[in-house]
Every structure is written in C-alpha cells, then in structure tokens.
Design a protein around this ligand. Structure first.
Ligand code: ADP
Length: 507
C-alpha cells in the first residue's frame, strides 16, 4: 500500500472514531431531551385539564356515590374541556371517576359509565390510589407506533375524585429525533470528508518527495549515473535524499572508473593487436614451416580483435542515452537488410524484409542499426544454407515491434534464460565457430537505453529463433518523406531481390 494511502487511511480511522465518539452520546441525548420535553408538555396539559374539571368531576362522583349520575351540565362542561385540550395537544383524553368509570372520552370510543380502570390499564389504579401522576410508553397496535400515556389524578381538595389520561402518539417526536439524527450524520460525514481532503493534501505533500526520490533511484538504476535527488520535503526524506546522493556519487564514480578501465584497456589493446597482425601477415607471406602457425595465430588475433571491439561497444552501449531523435524503424530495417544482403547470399540464406509504412520511435539510428546488425549476424551465421531470415516491423498499439526470425536450429530450452548474459555462448554458438558471447548483451543494453525491451519469442524446438524488439511508438503515419524504397501495393515494403546499391558489409 502506498505511503499516501496509508496516511489517508490512518486519518480516516481517527476521524471516524472521533466523530462516532462525539456524535453517539449527542444523538442519545437529543432523543432523551425530546422525550422528556414531550412528557412535560403532555403532563402540563393533563394537569391543567385536571384542575379545570376538578369541581365538575367531584360533583359527578358524589352524585354517582348517591346512586345518581350527576348533572348533564357538569358532564357537558367536562366534555368541552376534554375536547378542547385533546385538540390542542393532539392526544386522546379520557376522564374517569374515582371508581374508574368513564365520564368523558375525547374520541367517543369509550361510552360514559364504562369501567375503564381494568388490569390492562394499571396507570389509572396508580393515579387514583396514590394520588400521583404516572407515565408510561407502550406500543399501540391500532396506531402502529409508541404512545406516551400520562395519567394525572383529579383532586377535589385533598380527595381523589377521578383521573384524566392523555395518550399521545410519539410519532412526531420520533420523526423530529430522526431528522436531528440525520442532521448529525450529515455533519459527521462532512467533517470526515473535510478531514480526509486535508489528510490527502498533507499526505500528497509528504509522498511527493518520496516519489521523486523513487523516480531518481529508478533512473539511476537504469543507467543514468548522473541522476541525483533534490533534498527537499520533510527532514527525514531530505536526509534520505542526501544519503542517496552520496551513495550515487560513490557508486557512479566506481562504475564510471570500471567502464573507463575497460574502454581504455580495449582501446590500448588495439594498437598492439594491429602490430601483431602485420607481423603475422608478413610471416605468413614469407611461407615456409612458420606460415601455417602464423595463419592459426592470425585467426586468434581476429578473435581477440572482435572481443576488444565488442567490449568497447558494450561499454558505449551501457552509457545512459543522450538525446534521441525520431527514427523510422522500418527504414533502419531496410538499411540493415541492404547491408547484410551480400553476406546472406554468400551463406546461402534468403533474406526477406517485411517492413510496413513508417514506424517511428525515439532513439539513435546508429544504435538501432547496431541492434539489427547483431541480430542479423547471428541469424545468418547460425542458420544453415537454404534457410530464410525475415526482418519485420509491426505496430502493436502503443509499441513498435521489430522481429528478426530465422528457421535455423533455434535456441535449446535450457539456454533461453541465459541468452542475454555477457560472454554466454550457447551450444549452437560454440558449434558455429568463433564468437565473443557479447552480441546479445550489446543488443539488450542498446534496446533498454531507448526504453525498449528485447526477448526471444516462444517457438517450438528446432523451429528457428525469433528475436522480438519492442519500443514505445512515437506515432506512425501512413506516408512519410523518407518512406522506404520498395513499397508494395498494400503499402508494405517487401524486398526479395538484391538491393539496388549493394552496401559494403561491415561485420
Ligand atoms: P555469439 O554469437 O558471439 O556467441 P551472442 O551473444 O550473439 O554471442 O549469442 C549468444 C548465443 O546465443 C550464441 O552463442 C548462440 O548459441 C545463441 N544464438 C544467438 N542467436 C541465435 C540464432 N539466431 N539461432 C541460434 N542460436 C542463436
């Protein structure tokens, strides 16, 4: 996981914990306060109602005790008060006398005289017997929501003459609480989002110098020994960048002195080798018994010269790329085929070119020519007479691919992994005569120098070898000012005949 992702995750964890720790108690508090406010309001209504109807209920209770039913005027007066407060509070209001019989019901469901103080309604019992108000919250099946039930005794002096019950649905209150909760959740989410945005900005400012350092290390690793990190950002990262630069200085100068040594040694070897060759040629020309030995020694000098040349080339190839230019790979392929035409003919190998229209890559034309020279040299050298070598360029979306395919002996499975190692010579190479084992190593250096890759394409045993080089494409146009010479009707360049001007081979 990236540094930025870790920092943002840590911030997210902290923010979520803090928001929950703050908002959860607040949410519980909001619910409690809403319920207690509602209870006080309903209790207030019940108290006022009880005091306003106390006289009437007292008289009705007395009349009932004497066997009557109280005056209609009192009952009507109770009904009026009950219905007024029921409308104001939105609750159902039931008034009972001291024996628990209904005097008035705001909904009219319970008829006057009905015994209402039953075991299912214990709240009346408590209010009438203790003279204290009672509260209860219970679910109502008919309304499908909770009800707040408040019962207040009706006092005539110090005597309990009845009770009034307010049952108010808690729906509106619950709705209000839920709205408040949603508000809290939204505020919490906004705080988390703002915190995360801030964390992202901070994490980015921390991660950027680390990424820059990583990029420099990659650049250094891919051969640019001059790549250095800028020591900015947080103190720890700046210190790391400074240490990296010190290490890069040490490693860079060590690698450079090694390269210089190899380059100088190879260069210095050239002059004595030329001198040796001249002397051996002279001995060979003199004839006599020493001539044969001189010829053999000349072959060794040739090998040594080839090795010195390849070492120099490898040193050059492993230097970081300077500035490249747009190079048409199809054109480079056509030129290489032209260069190798004569040599291929002499070896009895048919050389074909299958290069399409312009395929542009950012590179150095000389480097690409060298890549093709090494691949073609191998293909021609290791393929028996009568076989065919095909050079092809293709467009593969963002890449331009160059392949050199032969139908020679191919590469044994066991050797494929080591093919690009320096000084590695395979069984075919050893059978095929002199060689340095550096050709493919040079190819790999030159290709990676320009951001490309080279690989041996999979093939069946004995079905030849196909080397595939791929570069990021700069863009390909259907036609170009320097379009290849032999362009077929389909726009593909084909060549099956000797090039018009045979170029001298430089192998
Ligand atoms: P060299 O050709 O001097 O031996 P290279 O690095 O060019 O060195 O090649 C390494 C080995 O890869 C060769 O020795 C040979 O065994 C094998 N090889 C390279 N190209 C081919 C090819 N076209 N067909 C068969 N074998 C090949």
């Amino acid at each position: 996981m990236s540094l930025r992702a870790r920092l943002v995750l840590a911030a997210a964890y902290l923010l979520v914990v803090v928001v929950i720790a703050l908002e959860f108690p607040l949410a519980v508090n909001i619910e409690r306060r809403a319920q207690s406010e509602f209870r006080s309001t309903v209790l207030g209504y019940a108290g006022v109602t009880a005091s306003q109807i106390a006289d009437q209920v007292g008289r009705i209770t007395q009349a009932e005790a004497a066997g009557g039913s109280g005056s209609d005027q009192d009952r009507a007066s109770v009904d009026r008060v009950v219905s007024a407060y029921a409308t104001q509070s939105g609750a159902r209001v039931v008034v009972v006398d001291a024996s628990g019989r209904v005097i008035s019901d705001s909904t009219g469901e319970a008829a006057p005289g009905t015994l209402y103080e039953t075991p299912e309604r214990p709240e009346f019992q408590q209010a009438i017997s203790t003279g204290q108000p009672s509260f209860d919250v219970r679910p109502s099946e008919t309304l499908g929501q909770d009800l707040l039930v408040v019962v207040v005794p009706i006092m005539d002096g110090s005597t309990v003459v009845g009770a009034v019950r307010f049952s108010a649905p808690l729906g509106t209150i619950t709705h209000r609480v839920h709205v408040a909760w949603i508000g809290l959740v939204l505020i919490g989410l906004a705080v988390i989002a703002a915190g995360l945005a801030l964390a992202w900005v901070l994490a980015t400012s921390l991660a950027k110098p680390v990424h820059r350092l990583e990029h420099t290390a990659e650049e250094f690793g891919s051969g640019n020994l001059r790549a250095r990190a800028s020591p900015d950002g947080p103190a720890e990262v700046a210190a790391l960048a400074t240490s990296f630069n010190r290490m890069a200085d040490a490693v860079g100068s060590s690698i450079e002195s090694q390269r210089d040594f190899v380059a100088n040694a190879s260069h210095q070897l050239r002059t004595p080798l030329t001198g040796m060759r001249l002397r051996l040629e002279a001995i060979e020309q003199e004839g006599g018994p020493a001539a044969e030995d001189a010829r053999k020694a000349l072959a060794e000098v040739d090998r040594l010269s080839a090795l010195v040349d390849d070492l120099l080339e490898l040193t050059r190839a492993s230097l970081a790329a300077t500035t490249g230019a747009a190079v048409d790979l199809s054109r480079v392929a056509a030129d290489a085929v032209e260069r190798w035409w004569t040599q291929a003919g002499e070896a009895g190998v048919e050389l074909r070119l299958d290069a399409g229209t312009r395929r542009t890559v950012l590179a150095d034309a000389k480097d690409l020519g060298q890549v093709l020279d090494n691949l073609l040299e191998n293909a021609i050298k290791y393929s028996p007479g009568g076989s065919r070598v095909v050079v092809r360029t293709l467009d593969e979306s963002a890449h331009v691919v160059l392949t050199v395919a032969d139908d020679g002996p191919g590469i044994p499975e066991a050797e494929r992994e080591r093919l690009f190692e320096r000084f590695f010579r395979g069984s075919t190479g050893r059978r095929g005569g002199p060689g340095t084992g550096l050709g493919l190593a040079i190819v790999e250096e030159l290709v990676t120098r320009w951001g490309g890759t080279v690989r041996l394409a999979p093939s069946a045993p004995g079905a030849g070898a196909t080397f595939e080089v791929s570069f990021p494409a700069l863009g390909s146009a259907a036609s170009a000012p320097n379009a290849p010479r032999d362009t077929g009707a389909d726009g593909r360049q084909t060549s099956e005949r000797p090039a018009p001007v045979p170029a001298p081979t430089d192998s």
